[in-house]
Ligand binder design. Sequence first.
Ligand code: SIN
Ligand code: FE
Length: 288
Amino acid sequence: MSPLVDVSLNRWDARCPAAQQAATKQALEDGHVVWLPGLGFDLRQEEHALLDGATGGAKNISWEPRRGVRGHGPAHDAALLAALMQRYARQSRTLLASLLPAYLPHLQQGRSSFRPVEIAGRATSWRKDDTRLHVDSFPASPTQGRRILRVFSNIHPHGAPRVWKLGAPFAQVAQRFLPSAARPWPGAAALLQCLHITKSRRTPYDHYMLQLHDAMKADLAYQAQVEQHMHAFAPGQTWIVFTDVVSHAALRGQHALEQTWLLPVKAMAEPGKSPLAMLERQLKRPLT
Ligand code: SIN
Ligand code: FE
């Protein structure tokens, strides 16, 4: 089955029939990428300056309501960036309200990001190398079981696609890498939180998800051999994905917006399809 399911919407606030909402939810919960080839995010005139030239910032510039803009370079206009990402956060929420209204009351807003750096050729450590297939899990930001739902839009001004690879289903990833995953050290979670290495408590679930993330990226034979499917997202397109279950890698592309939402497992139509439930079944113990 294709790892992508396309949905034809051309408005962020489209009125979606109940059948389309149900199909979208099922596609996401089954580990597909929901691709909106007709839905683009429009920049305002003054925002085009953000796409021009070297600006000396981080690979991802982020914005959160309470912390403002982080990771921008000296040449960036922080107020303009904040306004752009705030608008993207709002529009992505409007889209999820249209397509996934059952999730809406449960969604917790995470970071917005603007990704102005070309992915191909970017120097990075293997652990941060998103050109290798992985499932998302972040060392400093435990989700404690909540799902990572992300909305992406390619906003490249001159036609460059954002090229992704999609890999094997999560069940296969877990079957391959979970048996050799190290157990969490007793007391480690409290220590990490106390030292402010994690923003909240790293649960056993977060520990095992990080292990999967790292084991996938570290295993070059796996990267070469696993089934994989390339997909190019053109400028003017948007896609939605639970990046904690979908094996993904971003190979090339520049200028994207991304909004992260966290979703409690109980808000899913089928909580048994969450990575938390799948890992707990395989390990035969609770991971919260
Ligand atoms: C990732 O989540 O691995 C990166 C995706 C992207 O920037 O397109
Ligand atoms: Fe990722």
